[in-house]
Design a protein around this ligand. Structure first.
Ligand SMILES: Cc1ncc(COP(=O)(O)O)c(C=O)c1O
Length: 451
């Protein structure tokens, strides 16, 4: 079981408060935007700061103490990531990247000269759709009215096309829907395709097992980032097979990617160095490994159980809100702790504004970089018209929804507070006037100190 009291103590952000509109006392921040980025916990912060203070040095080749220690800490990161996703290093490698997007794009780059198309689900974050469009031919497979993946459509498209890669999210950043990645892997492999899992949302919330390379359910490529797993920004990774990674030209050729260079020739190194041109984010990578160790210690099963319980509770209580429309119809045990909704015809931006300015509740709103999925879930068929209007230079609201996404430290008391405030909004009882440029909050006046 998760020791929630200890976990909350681990996160300094749980102590943060803001002066909200209409209240004389500061309000404790309720952070429900873990789907975007998660805060580092003390263990991770301490490791990060300790490295920067005491061992800051570039890795590899240096013969001095700092460089040797830095190299040792950095090289351990690969092992930690491999262990966390239950991967073998014999035929695979981890390449460190800046974010999930660059890891996903790296996969599109690695696979670009293979024969066939990439099948991309309609549920994807743009980061697992646009890179594939950019680097070759793609085809989308659909989603069902309840927001889940249309497996029949996937299978039909695998049957009728030469597919090289199936690119699919491990869990949706909109509905939280958890993909059956191993079932899709087996299907893809049966048709001679490889699979890429976007694990941006999955990494910190559900255990991942990429399985052995000769298992039909093996995951070929997997991309994820530390900033959604309680590590700082700027550190992410791609897991992939050596037979592809070491065959393709470096993603960014340059320092660190070669074994030898002459005036008119060069020999590239194998992965990971091959695709890690330039100085990597050493401190970020070390912090990412520390956060994975923190998650392992807390227990991924415990984390998952806690977040399912919280989601069940939140879904049940959200039903009390008049006119609420939750996007997708996915039970708590088939989704991550991500819930996206609208309240009647109240604008999603207004709901997020009110929650923030009157209750210090941090949510996200809009279309969550998943425009096609949002169009589908909102039942809107006006994508072509929207494109036309934007091209014509019009500025307008493209519609969307409000998202709450829980993390390891959230609790039921916070859910209750959110429900109270959503009831206030549904009853149109907000205090401030949101019609004009808001005067109630001025970023320039915010104390940006560490307090
Ligand atoms: C499912 C999913 N994929 C990819 C990304 C992009 O991640 P990053 O910001 O690390 O590039 C996100 C970010 O929200 C996401 O939710």
């Amino acid at each position: 079981m998760l020791d929630l009291e200890y976990i909350r103590e681990e996160f300094p952000i749980t102590k943060k408060s803001f002066q909200v509109y209409g209240s004389t006392e500061p309000r404790n921040l309720i952070y429900l935007d873990h789907g975007a980025s998660t805060h580092p916990c003390n263990t991770v912060l301490n490791k990060y700061i300790d490295f920067i203070k005491n061992y800051y040095s570039n890795v590899h080749r240096g013969k001095h103490y700092l460089s040797m220690i830095s190299t040792e800490l950095f090289d351990r990161v690969y092992e930690t990531i491999l262990k966390f996703i239950n991967a073998s290093k014999d035929d695979n490698a981890i390449v460190l990247t800046a974010n999930t997007t660059s890891a996903l794009d790296m996969t599109a780059w690695l696979m670009k000269d293979y024969e066939g198309i990439t099948l991309v689900s309609l549920m994807e974050h743009h980061s697992n759709d646009l890179p594939h469009r950019h680097r070759g031919e793609i085809m989308h497979f659909g989603v069902n009215p309840d927001g889940t993946l249309d497996m029949t459509d996937l299978e039909n498209k695998l049957n009728t096309n030469k597919v090289k890669l199936v690119a699919v999210t491990g869990a949706s950043n909109v509905t939280g829907f958890i993909t059956d990645i191993h079932k899709i892997a087996a299907l893809a492999h049966k048709h001679g395709a490889r699979i890429l899992i976007d694990a941006a949302q999955l990494l910190a919330h559900k255990s991942i097992d990429v399985k052995p390379n000769d298992d039909p359910e093996h995951i070929d490529f997997l991309a994820a980032a530390g900033h959604k797993a309680y590590a700082p920004f700027g550190s992410a990774f791609l897991f992939g097979p050596r037979d592809v990674l070491d065959r393709v030209e470096p993603y960014v050729p340059g320092g660190g990617t070669v074994l030898f260079v002459s005036e008119n020739d060069y020999i590239y190194a194998n992965s990971p160095d091959r695709h890690q041109g330039g100085t990597p984010n050493i401190a970020g990578a070390i912090a990412l490994a520390e956060s994975l160790n923190f998650l392992s210690k807390a227990g991924m099963e415990n984390i998952r159980r806690h977040e399912i319980e919280l989601t069940e509770y939140a879904l049940a209580r959200l039903k009390e809100i008049p006119d609420i429309n939750i996007l997708g119809n996915i039970p708590a045990d088939k989704r991550l702790a991500v819930i996206t909704f609208n309240i009647g015809d109240i604008n999603n931006g207004l709901v997020a504004d009110i929650l923030n300015h009157e209750a210090a509740i941090a949510t996200r709103n809009g279309r969550f970089c998943a425009h096609p999925y949002l169009s589908f879930l909102l039942g809107r068929n006006d994508a072509a018209e929207i494109i036309q209007r934007i091209r014509a230079g019009e500025k307008f609201d493209i519609g969307g929804a409000v998202r709450i996404s829980f993390g390891i430290f959230n609790n039921e008391k916070e859910v209750d507070y959110v429900i109270d405030n959503l009831k206030m909004i549904a009853g149109r009882n907000w205090k401030a006037n949101y019609d004009d440029t808001p005067e109630y909050f001025d970023c320039k006046g915010v104390q940006l100190s560490a307090s």
